[in-house]
Design a binder for this molecule. Structure first.
Ligand code: ASP
Length: 327
């Protein structure tokens, strides 16, 4: 292609991007003209977000930081043995090992992550230690475990009797078909804006039930399961991690907000992007959740069934997400 033709092609694309982003901007200005910044605020995925938000609020409500709030908030879910998709009690992989993925990110784009971590109940706190005590962002597997032990985290068997029984039942057929829950109880992703106006996020999961040993999903991947940019907003994802990673989902949501999309519009566009990249989304669920700098929030999922928990100074509730397809 000649340079001139290339230039015309790219200028046309540039023009289109400008039109799209100014369309978002116009809308944003109209929507936000009179808004009062809502802070502190915390939102998190699924109904296990309600008790997790309560703990996060104990910190936020007293003027604490969003980083402390999201870490302490999701630890509640991680330590709940009745929750089969996060931390203790999480469903194992197909070989019977509970392997955990988690990441955390603060308002300075500092982040920490652990993947394929075993025998540690609170991977989110290990991820925070990676962020604060090492020059790295991500530790995986045995190295992440050794690091956790060095930092004083106790070794713990995370396979509860209930999860073991379900796995043994699954073994009878051993049908390898990771099915993503369309109903409640998956990854917890939590986003918070504190009274100083700083955003932070956390994401933690045991991943897909009966996955291949060694599989890592989107949840510990900065930009996929979670992304925070304090100039703009924060986003997290739940659902089939492979689909989220393919579009760098949470990063995409934040970039769309940067271009002027509201949190819900940004989540919706990311969902549509996933739908466009798949021949069928019949058995595929992904939900995005986003919070912007002004404390505005929104979500969107491929199918109905996704919900999120909200906590502000005067509201504490579960909200059904908007979605593309009804199942
Ligand atoms: N996103 C998680 C994963 O793929 C699972 C989930 O949210 O259900 O590991």
């Amino acid at each position: 292609m000649s340079n001139r033709r290339k230039f015309i092609k790219y200028s046309a694309i540039g023009g289109l991007v400008t039109i799209i982003s100014s369309a978002f901007k116009t809308k944003k200005l109209e929507t936000y003209r009179d808004i009062k910044i809502e802070k502190p605020i915390v939102i998190s995925t699924w109904n296990h977000g309600l008790p997790a938000n309560k703990t996060a609020w104990e910190i936020l409500g007293k003027g604490g930081t969003s980083l402390d709030a999201v870490e302490q908030g999701v630890r509640i879910t991680e330590s709940d043995p009745t929750n089969g998709s996060v931390g203790l009690g999480g469903r194992p992989d197909r070989d019977g090992f509970v392997t955990l993925d988690a990441c955390i990110m603060n308002h300075k784009n500092q982040c920490g992550s652990v993947a394929f971590l075993q025998n540690i109940e609170n991977p989110i706190s290990v991820a925070r230690k990676v962020m604060e005590d090492t020059p790295h962002v991500m530790l995986a597997g045995e190295g992440a475990y050794q690091f956790a032990i060095e930092k004083g985290f106790p070794k713990k068997n995370l396979l509860t009797d209930g999860a073991k029984k379900d796995w043994e039942e699954w073994l009878k057929k051993s049908k390898y078909q990771p099915v993503i829950n369309i109903e409640n109880h998956d990854t917890i992703g939590m986003l918070a804006l504190d009274s100083l106006g700083n955003l932070a996020g956390a994401c933690t999961t045991s991943g897909l039930a009966y996955k291949i040993h060694g599989r890592v999903g989107d949840s510990p991947i900065i930009g996929a399961g979670l992304f925070v940019d304090n100039e703009v907003g924060a986003a997290c994802a739940t659902g089939l991690g492979e689909a989220v990673m393919r579009i760098a989902g949470s990063s995409a949501v934040v970039e769309l907000m940067r271009s002027g999309a509201t949190p819900e519009e940004a989540c919706k566009e990311a969902v549509d992007r996933i739908i466009r990249k798949h021949d069928s989304v019949e058995n595929l669920q992904v939900g995005f959740l986003a919070l912007d700098k002004n404390g505005q929030y929104g979500s969107y999922s491929i199918h109905n069934g996704f919900n999120f928990a909200l906590h502000t100074s005067n509201k504490e509730k579960l909200i059904d997400s908007k979605y593309r397809h009804k199942q």
